[in-house]
Design a protein around this ligand. Structure first.
Ligand code: FAD
Length: 448
């Protein structure tokens, strides 16, 4: 029986927290915050997580959704990172009910890669992932336009990112954590080593307070805003880069396998990922100074269309059904965002832990590192190895929208359209055909 996790439990939780002292308060309900909250709750700690919008509504809904080691990172010599990511990929593929293996075809030919380089890279990649075998070259048998000589094929993971976040959030909720969406952290004070956090309940339009011994800042691109509100005087040094994806209808690329290709404009690595009735193409990698810059600009869309021309042929902006963007937090130096490491970094001072950067794929590694620090600070032993586990399984859904409202704490139609059911990106009509039914369900459930 799946526990209730809804607007009603949310309201009750908000009424009951003011007099409690939590062990840990996590700020940010993206994949990083969700994984950490889940791990700590699985250890019986009193944990509260505050998310200013919906769970998974930041960068964790705007990724390429790959569970992968990052073949490209081998070029930069990041072997340890690739091995760690592949280990995590394998775990998620085994334990996450919605993760799946996908065939990828990496292109060889004019403007693409050279056979020898890819053969060597794939060999190393599968070895680091615990497998061996010589990758086989397949000639282009009219699967791709002329100019593409052929491809190597390999397998990697894929999983809807914001749903992965929800699986951790609901697992954490089932393990006793209080997870509050639409609650924005605003400011804090510290008395006798206890942090008092003030936050805004955006749904109830009221300021609330909560106390915690340790605070974990998982605010992704907003990490510096949160850090300043936590009393830090200086900004942490990181760069941000925006990545855009476009969504096309399936007939624009009817193949079953995903494609890895090089942009015809600047040779960057890009992906075409088929999913049900649509194809996702991305991504871009451009520096930005604005944490909330999730807009999809026309220039990025044109760049993706031009870049994929040798594979997808002539397409126009009219062919784009929808689009989405995410902002990477990059720890490291350099003028080329593509060359800066994708690994995460964790710092701690005065009972505040900050997590920066990282990948969707290695979020559990970040959670374990944070848990080690928490264990030291609270002087308690925590079960960290192999955690956090995804214990939640989506139950019987006679009416999926009711289920999303009652068991996954959807508060607004957009929470269902985008993050619970994914209609806004996975349906060619952007989910318009489902919108009215979802709104009706909300009206009925909330008025009951
Ligand atoms: C274009 C792109 C493609 C990517 N592709 C992949 C991929 O294929 N595979 C992979 O493994 N990784 C990928 N990544 C990386 C991955 O998406 C990120 O590492 C991950 O989503 C970061 O999660 P996060 O929780 O740290 O940040 P976020 O998801 O941004 O979460 C931060 C959360 O903090 C909340 N918040 C901010 N301020 C406050 C506040 N004051 N109070 C309360 N809450 C607050 C925000 O609302 C947000 O939900 C990609 C990234 C990008 C940008």
């Amino acid at each position: 029986m799946v526990k209730e996790f809804s607007f009603r439990t949310r309201k009750r939780d908000l009424e009951n927290i003011e007099n409690e002292i939590f062990d840990v308060a996590v700020i940010g309900g993206g994949i990083t915050g969700a994984g950490i909250t889940n791990l700590l709750a699985q250890n019986g700690l009193k944990v509260i997580m505050l998310e200013k919008s919906d769970f998974g509504s930041g960068t964790s809904q705007g990724s390429s959704k790959l569970l992968h080691g990052g073949l490209r990172y081998l070029q930069n010599g990041q072997f340890a990172l690739v091995r760690e990511l592949l280990k995590e990929r394998n775990y998620l593929l085994k334990h996450m009910e919605i993760a799946r293996m996908l065939e990828f075809r990496i292109l060889i030919g004019k403007g693409q890669w050279k056979k020898g380089t890819i053969r060597l890279g794939l060999n190393l990649y599968s070895m680091l992932g615990g497998k061996s075998g010589i990758p086989r070259f397949h000639k282009n048998n009219k699967e791709f336009p002329p100019g593409i000589d052929g491809f190597f094929s390999y397998r990697d993971g894929w999983c809807d990112d914001s749903r992965l976040v929800m699986y951790h959030v609901v697992s954490a909720h089932e393990n006793g954590a209080i997870c509050l969406n639409y609650c924005e952290f605003k400011s804090s004070s510290n008395k006798d080593n206890v942090h008092e956090l003030e936050f805004m309940d955006i749904v109830g339009d009221s300021l609330k307070k909560v106390k915690a011994k340790i605070v974990v800042n998982c605010a992704g691109p907003w990490a510096n805003t949160v850090s300043l509100a936590l009393g830090n005087e200086n900004n942490h040094e990181f760069k941000m880069s925006r990545g855009v994806h476009i969504v096309l209808s399936r007939d624009k690329y009817p193949g079953k396998a995903a494609v890895v290709f090089r942009s015809s404009l600047d040779e960057r690595q890009m992906f075409i990922i088929p999913h049900d009735e649509v194809v996702i193409v991305g991504t871009t990698d451009t520096f930005t100074e604005n944490s909330s810059d999730f807009t999809v600009d026309e220039q990025s869309v044109r760049y993706i269309l031009q870049s994929s021309k040798p594979v997808l042929g002539d397409l126009s902006t009219e062919d784009v059904k929808s689009s989405f963007a995410g902002i990477r937090v990059l720890m490291g130096e350099g003028n080329d965002p593509g060359k800066i490491s994708r690994d995460f970094s964790i710092t701690e001072n005065d009972g505040i832990i900050h997590v920066f950067g990282g990948k969707l794929t290695n979020h559990r590694v970040a959670a374990r590192k944070v848990a080690k620090i928490v264990s030291g600070k609270l002087s308690i032993r925590l079960q960290i190895k192999g955690k956090p586990e995804i214990t939640y399984k989506r139950g019987n859904q006679d009416n999926p929208y009711e289920y999303d409202i009652m068991h996954e704490c959807a508060m607004f139609p957009e929470d269902i359209m985008r993050r619970r059911e994914g209609y806004s990106i996975y349906l060619p009509d952007g989910g318009k055909s489902r919108e009215e039914e979802i709104k009706k369900t909300f009206r009925r459930m909330m008025d009951d």
